[in-house]
Design a protein around this ligand. Structure first.
Ligand code: AHG
Ligand code: MN
Ligand code: MN
Length: 348
């Protein structure tokens, strides 16, 4: 990770520089698309910062396609992203956690080559209590702009993502993104209203000191996860005694993992047999960022980015983190499958 000497590099300037380096014939459409995300997330952060002053906290009285109660800010964030991205010609498809089906935008032939999939507001249970929330996005190139169904076109493996990232509305507003050439972080300077480069080419530490999981559900975790957590607690991984941190906003929990190393897990649970997190707009973008920063992400069986989705809102277990912790997870899983680690050796 390194900092530049330049006094200020905005996200737009950085994207342009990256394109000059890696895609000198780029048309500029991709940076126009990303400016839709920066505009929308600036609008969302402005609303988040005023939560409590305006009538924006609390539920919207509706339930989304996942059967989850929508918060007013979920609805607002979704509308803002749909609008800011929908007016950009290069965007042909939009898919959101808050909409049942992907939206196919009618564009002239050959226009609208990108699809954007997003979680408009992640961690919405934390809004009312002033804890960090975020927005997660994944950008895909449409396979066949003549298809009549947007849904079919967003069902691509995560390895096909053109770019991915998130914006975290924390003590400051931070944008982290990758377009396949490293992970870069920008901080919103509220005095000028621009995202300014904080770190480029972020690398996750090889090992961290925190594990992050909702331990209240641990009795129902499959054995490999229970053994793994026991090893972390007992200091059996890299001779390190781990502490735990769990915020309950994936964006926040992952951001800490990206900067400090460690591991985040959302295993299958009693209520969510296939995990709770959504593959297309939570696990995939997070997995791309993790890999680009030198980490890894799995669903417990398969590399996240290799999974070919079969529905927009498909859920997945997720284990994501630094190289040492991820290697130890794979080894633990192998030993459980080989019968070398038995359930009888698990403490309560
Ligand atoms: P969302 O607010 O977009 O529905 O996502 C919430 C997710 C994720 O951010 C977090 O990691 C997880 O839910 C927390 O779930 P638990 O409360 O079950 O731990
Ligand atoms: Mn979410
Ligand atoms: Mn959400």
């Amino acid at each position: 990770m390194h900092r530049r000497e330049d006094p200020i590099v905005t996200v737009q300037q950085h994207i342009k520089e990256q394109q000059n380096l890696h895609a000198p014939h780029a048309t500029g459409e991709f940076s126009w698309l990303l400016s839709g995300i920066t505009l929308a997330t600036k609008m969302i952060q402005a609303k988040v910062r005023r939560a409590g002053l305006t009538d924006i906290v609390g539920t919207a009285g509706m339930v989304n396609v996942q059967g989850e109660s929508q918060q007013k800010l979920d609805v607002y964030a979704n509308l803002v992203l749909l609008h800011c991205l929908g007016v950009r010609d290069c965007v042909g498809i939009l898919a959101s956690e808050e909409n049942e089906d992907a939206v196919l935008l009618k564009r002239s032939p050959g226009i609208g080559k990108y699809a954007v999939v997003f979680d408009p507001l992640d961690g919405s249970s934390n809004i009312d209590v002033n804890v960090s929330v975020g927005t997660i996005f994944s950008i895909l190139r449409r396979k066949d702009p003549h298809l009549e169904s947007g849904t079919d076109e967003v069902l691509q493996a995560g390895s096909e993502q053109v770019a991915a990232g998130y914006v975290l509305y924390g003590s400051s507003t931070v944008m982290v993104y990758t377009s396949g050439n490293g992970v870069h972080m920008f901080t919103l300077d509220p005095s000028i209203g621009a995202f300014v480069l904080s770190e480029e080419h972020l690398n996750m530490p090889h090992q961290g000191q925190y594990y992050s999981v909702n331990e209240a559900y641990r009795d129902a975790f499959p054995d490999e996860y229970r053994h793994y957590l026991q090893m972390l607690r007992r200091g059996e991984i890299g001779n390190k005694r781990y502490a735990s941190r769990y915020i309950g906003s994936l964006v926040s929990d992952f951001h800490r993992t990206l900067l400090k190393g460690g591991v985040f897990l959302y295993p299958p649970t009693a209520s969510h047999h296939h995990g709770k997190l959504r593959l297309l707009y939570e696990a995939n973008p997070i997995a791309m960022l993790a890999e680009q920063a030198g980490g890894a992400a799995t669903n417990g069986e398969t590399r996240i980015l290799d999974i070919v989705p079969n529905s927009v809102h498909q859920r997945t277990p997720l284990v994501v983190g630094s190289r040492v912790e991820m290697g130890a997870f794979e080894e633990c899983r192998r030993r459980v499958r080989a019968g070398e680690l038995l359930a009888s050796s698990l403490a309560d």
